[in-house]
Unconditional design. Structure first.
Ligand code: ZN
Ligand code: ZN
Length: 407
C-alpha cells in the first residue's frame, strides 16, 4: 500500500540491533588496580559483610548504619546522575558552585574516576553509540558494556581528554580531577567509618566502612553500570531506533530515573530523562527543587511538540513494518484519513519549525527588527504551534482508527 512517510529530522532506522561484535580481551590490556578494586569490593560485600554481620551484628546500631547506607547511596548516586551526567556531561542546566562542589565530592565517592574522565567517556558514548569508538559499546556484549570496558584498556590505549575543554575551564572540576581518589576514599569510606567509630568504637568503625562505605559503593557502581548494559538491552524504543538505547520504568526505579534511556539518547541535552509527568525520575525532581532554591538555572527542555513528533515517527515506523510484514488489508477510507493526517502533520511541523527559526533570528538581530514585526512573528509562531498540536491530535485519532482495523 502507498504510505506517506512523515518528513521529520533524523532518519527512520531499522529495528534494534543485537550484539554483533566479539571482543577478545588481552592480558596486557588488563588494568590491574581497577580489576582488583572491582572484584575486591564485590567479594567484600557478598562474603565479608555477611560474615561480619553474623559475628558482630548484635553489637551495632542497625538504624544508624541503615541510615548511613541510604544517605550515602543517595548522595553518591545522585551526584553521578545529576552532577557527572546531566550537569557536567550534557550541560543540561547551569549550577552554582555549592551544587558543583557537592556533586564533585560525592561523585568521587562512587569511585568511577574524575568528572573529567567520566564525562569524556560519556560524551564519546553519545557521539559514537554502538560504534567502535563507543567506550561501552553494547555490540561488544553485555559484560563489556557493564564492566569489561572498565577493567580492560581499549585497543590502541587510553583516549586523551580532548572533548571536555569546556569543563577544564572550571577550577572546581580541575581540583576534583587532581584529588578525586583521595576524596573518594576519604569521604566515601573514611566518613562512615569515622561516624561508626564515634558512635560505637572499633566495631562501629568496621560496620561503617563495610555498610555505608563498601556495600554502598558497590551498589552505586552496578547501578551506573546497568545504565550502560541493561538500558541498552531491555525496554522499549519509544522515540527512536537509531541506536540500542531503551526506555524502562523498571530500570528507572533503581537508577534515579536514568532508565528512560531511549528518550535520553534522542534528546540528550534535556534535563529530564523520564519526560512524562508520571515517570519516576528523582534526578529531574531534585533539579527542580534546586531551581526553586535558586541553586540551579537555565534548565534545558525540548519542546513537547518535538517530543510528540519523535514518538509519532516511531509509531509510524512500527505500523509500516507491520503492514509490510503481515500484508494486512485495511479499508480505503481509514487509509485515506490516515494519509491526510500525515500530510497535515508534516506541513504543520514544517511551518512551526520555520516560524520558530524566523522568530529566533529576529530576536538575535533586534536592531534590524521593529517591535511590531517582532510581535507579528511571535503571533505567527504561537498560531503555528496551535495548528501543530491540532495536527498531532488528528494524527493520533487517525492512527487509532487504522490500528483498530488491524486488531
Ligand atoms: Zn547510553
Ligand atoms: Zn548521557
Amino acid at each position: 500500500m502507498q504510505m506517506h512517510r512523515l518528513r521529520v529530522r533524523g532518519r527512520v532506522g531499522p529495528p534494534a540491533h543485537t550484539p554483533t561484535m566479539t571482543i577478545q580481551y588481552r592480558l596486557q590490556d588488563l588494568r590491574w588496580p581497577s580489576a582488583i578494586f572491582l572484584i575486591g569490593t564485590v567479594l567484600t560485600t557478598l562474603v565479608g559483610l555477611p560474615i561480619f554481620l553474623y559475628n558482630f551484628g548484635g553489637q551495632i546500631n542497625w538504624w544508624l548504619h541503615g541510615a548511613m547506607f541510604v544517605g550515602m547511596f543517595i548522595a553518591s548516586g545522585l551526584s553521578i546522575t545529576l552532577g557527572y551526567h546531566r550537569l557536567f556531561s550534557h550541560l543540561s542546566f547551569k549550577a552554582k558552585w555549592p551544587v558543583r562542589l557537592f556533586t564533585l565530592i560525592f561523585g568521587a565517592t562512587a569511585m568511577e574516576n574524575s568528572a573529567l574522565e567520566w564525562c569524556s567517556d560519556h560524551r564519546r558514548h553519545h557521539k559514537h553509540t554502538d560504534d567502535d569508538d563507543d567506550p561501552y559499546n553494547i555490540q561488544k556484549g553485555f559484560f563489556h558494556a557493564h564492566m569489561g570496558w572498565v577493567i580492560f584498556r581499549p585497543i590502541g590505549g587510553d583516549v586523551p581528554l580532548t572533548n571536555v575543554d569546556d569543563l577544564k575551564a572550571d577550577p572546581v572540576v580541575r581540583w576534583q580531577h587532581k584529588w578525586w581518589g583521595v576524596i573518594g576514599i576519604g569521604v566515601g569510606f573514611g566518613l562512615p567509618a569515622l561516624i561508626g567509630w564515634l558512635a560505637e568504637g572499633g566495631v562501629g568503625a568496621v560496620a561503617g566502612l563495610l555498610i555505608g562505605g563498601v556495600a554502598r559503593q558497590v551498589m552505586v557502581h552496578h547501578m551506573t553500570f546497568f545504565i550502560n548494559s541493561l538500558c541498552h538491552t531491555l525496554g522499549k524504543q519509544t522515540y527512536s531506533t537509531k541506536c540500542t538505547a531503551k526506555d524502562s520504568w523498571f530500570m528507572a526505579l533503581f537508577t534515579f530515573g536514568e532508565g528512560y534511556h531511549n528518550f535520553h539518547h534522542e534528546f540528550q541535552h534535556d534535563y529530564r530523562n523520564g519526560v512524562k509527568p508520571w515517570q519516576f525520575d528523582p534526578t529531574k525532581w531534585s533539579i527542580r527543587v534546586l531551581e526553586k532554591l535558586r541553586l540551579v538555572s537555565n534548565l534545558r527542555r525540548v519542546p513537547n511538540e518535538t517530543i510528540a513528533v519523535a514518538e509519532i515517527r516511531e509509531k509510524q515506523r512500527q505500523l509500516d513494518e507491520r503492514l509490510t510484514v503481515h500484508k494486512e488489508t485495511i479499508c480505503e477510507k481509514a487509509q485515506r484519513l490516515f494519509n491526510e493526517a500525515q500530510e497535515q502533520l508534516t506541513a504543520a511541523h514544517e511551518t512551526w519549525e520555520a516560524s520558530k527559526k524566523e522568530y529566533t533570528r529576529a530576536m538575535r538581530q533586534q536592531l534590524d527588527t521593529t517591535k511590531e514585526q517582532l510581535g507579528e512573528l511571535k503571533q505567527q509562531m504561537e498560531q503555528s504551534v496551535l495548528e501543530l498540536r491540532q495536527a498531532i491530535r488528528d494524527w493520533h485519532s487517525a492512527h487509532q482508527g487504522l490500528v483498530l482495523q488491524l486488531a
